[in-house]
Design a protein around this ligand. Sequence first.
Ligand code: NIG
Ligand code: FE
Length: 437
Amino acid sequence: MSWFAGEVPRDGEDAVTELAAAARDVHVRDAAQILRPPRDELPYLRHDRADELVLDGGALAVEAGVVAGFEPDGGRGLEVDASGCAVVPGFVDCHTHLPFAGWRAHEYEQKVTGVAYEEIARAGGGIAASARALAAADDDAVLRQSRTLAGEMLGHGTTAFEEKSGYGLAVEAELRSLRLADRLGEQVAQQTTSTALLAHSVPPGFDADGWMDVVEEMLPRVTAETGATALDIFVETVAFSNEHLARIGRLAGRYGLALRCHVEQFATHRSVPVALEHGARSVDHLSCLHPDDVDPLAAAECAAVLLPGAELLGGEALAPGRELADAGAICVLATDLNPGTSPIASLPVIVGLGVRRYGWSVRESLLAVTLNAAWVIGRSADLGSLEPGKRADFLLLDGPVEHVPYRFGHNPVAACFVGGLPVFVRPDAAWRLSAGT
Ligand code: NIG
Ligand code: FE
C-alpha cells in the first residue's frame, strides 16, 4: 500500500479507502525521536531557547485528526511502526510566491555569469517577466502548475504554506492572483494562508507614489473579495522605499492585516527600524541587515525570516543568522519559492542550508520551519508543534533529525500526515503502516 495524493483521499477511492478511513485515529509507536516544544501553548520560541526543544523517543497518539498524547495506546485506527525514525511536526513554509506561472531559468544562467538582479529587472526581466507570464496564462494553467509545486512541497514535508500575490502589477491582476491563491488553498492537502504583496515592483506607467495611491484604493476590495491576511512590500532601490514601507505599515494596521516585508535583500536600507515601528509580523531576507538592527529586532515580537535558498542561488550576502539566534530573535526559515530568486520547493534543503550557512543547530533549524514559521502565518495555535489539541500534521522521517542537514539534498520524508491522514507514504515505508484491531 502506498500512494501520493496531492489531495486528501476521499471516501470511495479504491486502494486508499480502507486505511484512510481508519487513519484519523493513529498510533505511532517506537519512534527514535519525537520533536516537541519544552511546554505546550507557546506561540513561538525565541532562538536562544531552541536547545530546550525535546527530542525524546516514544509514541504519538492521534484521535480524530488531532494530537491526543504521547502514551503508547493500541486499538482502533492506523498503527505506525516508527522504529529508527524521527517524528516531527509538518513543516510550515511561511514565505512562498505561489501561485505563479512559468519559470525564468535563463535569468539564473545570466546571474551566475555576472549579471545583477537589478540589471535583469531594468531590462524587462525579473518580476515584470513573471507578471507577463501570469497575465498570459489562464486560471487552470496557473492552478495546475501551482498544484504540482504544492504536491512537490507535500512530498518534502510541507503541510502548510503561505502564498503571495505580487505578479499582478495591476489592480484586477492582483485581485485575480489572490483569488487564485484562495482556490489553490482549496485544491491542495495543505493548510494555506495568503498575503497581498501589492507593492512588489512599480508597474509600468506609474511612479512608486502613484502606485501606492492605487494600493490604498484597492485595499477595501482586497479585504472584501479575497482571503488575504497579510500585506507585503519589497523595499529595494529597484522597488519601494522606507517611506512606502511606513505607508504600507499604516494601511496594514487600518485593514487588520499582518505586516510582512521583503527588506535588506540586496543592499542595506535600514528598513528594519521602520518595520518594527509599524508592528511588522516579520522582516524577510535580511541578507544585508545592518549590525545595529540585530538587537532591536531580536527584542521585538517580529520574526526574522531568513531565505538561504535565495541567498545561495542569487549569490547574495548571508543574513547574520547566528547573531540573530544568539540575540534571541524569533528566527524562521522559508523557501521563498518563486521563479526568480529561489525555485526551491524543499524545506529539508532549506534546513540543510540553515545549519551549514548560519551555523545553526539542527534544533534551531527545525524550530525555524515549524512553530516559529506557523506563528508568522498566524497559525501557531493549531499548527507548528506536536501537542495535545493541535492538528495532527506530522512527518515520519527515515532517520534521526540530525540526518536532515547532514544528508543534504536527500528527501528524508518517508510519510506525511495531515489532520491524521497519511497523504504521502513513500513505497519503502509502506510496511510501517497497518490497520489496528
Ligand atoms: O522574495 N525580492 C522580491 N521578491 C522575490 C523575488 C521575486 C522574483 O524575482 O520574481 C523574492 O526574492
Ligand atoms: Fe519573496
